[in-house]
Write a protein that binds this ligand. Structure first.
Ligand SMILES: NC(=O)c1ccc[n+]([C@@H]2O[C@H](COP(=O)([O-])OP(=O)(O)OC[C@H]3O[C@@H](n4cnc5c(N)ncnc54)[C@H](O)[C@@H]3O)[C@@H](O)[C@H]2O)c1
Length: 318
């Protein structure tokens, strides 16, 4: 039986959540506030003339919580700096930083433009680094802080949106680096790879890509991605508890790790290690690789990404 703990676990803490005017970030901001944190709700988007960050702030205040809005673009260092300053001015500090703001696309490699590439890197990678750059000196000085970066299973390899996949997997590297560098100051940094039905797919012409995704079955993202039709079972509210829990003292020893969270599931990804290691006195040449290495290193790995769904991919290209 689960015993509910009614104590507010983050009373007095200050949390910044980027991109929290909607979707996963909004659910996280609401739960941080419900757990007693003072929240800076950041989002660049405006709906019907109102910045959506203001709507979330109103909702938090109506429930008796504390929050302020910030509408800066985290993709620019100046925006990230102003966001951190908003927390300092309103609440006098920063204890928690959740890098959640994001965009995506579903374009084939050859259609991605330089602008698409730069924008994706700016929002996800530069955007997450910028906030860390400005929040971490405060956290290090106070010898406590928690950072969560929002990666994606797409980083495991997704068909369409290679720029998104690359930016998201870059965030896992950023997470490990920040965790190792700042851990000694009691500043922790972890990553999540969530799934949720949100507005992130709005405006994307999925009809164009669905036949290929269907043909690829579970291989269109990593190894165990859902079919698009199953996405609506994943609620943004299901992502927030793990994120908030990682920011409490219950997770004080968790640093540099990479979690999965969706619906009723939470999980932990492994730390990457060399899977098979062969040693050869004097080094390797092509003939030696033909022999031992080919049998033991590559084994029977097949290029299933090419083989599976290939006829449908051909049809798509026509
Ligand atoms: N929904 C999923 O299944 C899923 C899966 C894996 C990863 N993610 C990641 O989770 C995060 C949240 O996504 P979501 O599904 O809730 O999407 P969402 O579109 O509902 O919310 C993202 C929010 O970020 C804001 N935003 C975008 N660029 C910004 C910027 N430069 N500065 C400030 N705010 C900005 C948007 O206005 C939006 O409100 C994203 O990083 C996304 O890549 C989502």
């Amino acid at each position: 039986m689960t015993v509910q703990n009614n104590r507010k676990r983050l009373a007095g803490k200050v949390a910044i959540v980027t991109g929290s005017g909607a979707g996963i970030g909004r659910a996280e901001a609401l739960l941080f506030a419900a757990q007693g944190a003072k929240v800076v709700v950041n989002d660049i988007a405006v709906k019907d003339g109102t910045p959506i960050a203001h709507l979330v702030v109103e909702q938090i205040r109506a429930a008796g919580g504390e929050a302020v809005a910030n509408t800066d673009n985290v993709a620019e260092f100046q925006g990230a700096e102003r966001l951190v300053k908003t927390a300092l001015d309103a609440f006098g500090g920063v204890d928690i930083l959740v890098n959640n703001a994001g965009i995506t696309n579903f374009l084939p490699v050859h259609e991605l433009t330089e602008r698409d590439w730069d924008r994706m890197m700016a929002v996800h990678l530069k955007g997450s680094f910028g906030t860390i750059k400005y929040a971490s000196p405060i956290m290090c000085k106070q010898r406590s802080g928690v950072i969560i970066n929002t990666g994606s299973e797409s980083g495991l390899g997704r068909v369409f949106g290679a720029n998104y996949c690359a930016a998201k997997e870059g965030l896992i590297g950023l997470t490990r680096a920040v965790a190792r560098e700042l851990g000694r100051f009691n500043v922790r940094c972890n990553a999540i790879r969530p799934r949720a039905a949100t507005t992130i797919l709005e405006g994307i012409n999925l009809a164009r890509f669905l036949p290929v995704m269907r043909a690829l079955g579970r291989y269109w993202v990593g190894h165990r991605a859902p079919k698009m039709s199953a996405m609506e079972v994943y609620k943004p509210e299901a992502v927030a508890p793990l994120v908030v829990w990682l920011c409490t003292d219950a997770a004080a020893n968790v640093n540099g790790r990479d979690f999965y969270v969706a619906g009723n599931e939470v999980g932990l990804f492994p730390e990457l290690e060399v899977e098979r290691l062969l040693y050869r006195e004097g080094g390797w040449d092509l003939d030696a690789l033909d022999g031992a290495a080919r049998d033991s290193l590559v084994g029977d790995l097949t290029n299933r990404y090419l083989l599976e769904g290939y006829p449908e991919l051909q049809k798509f290209e026509e």
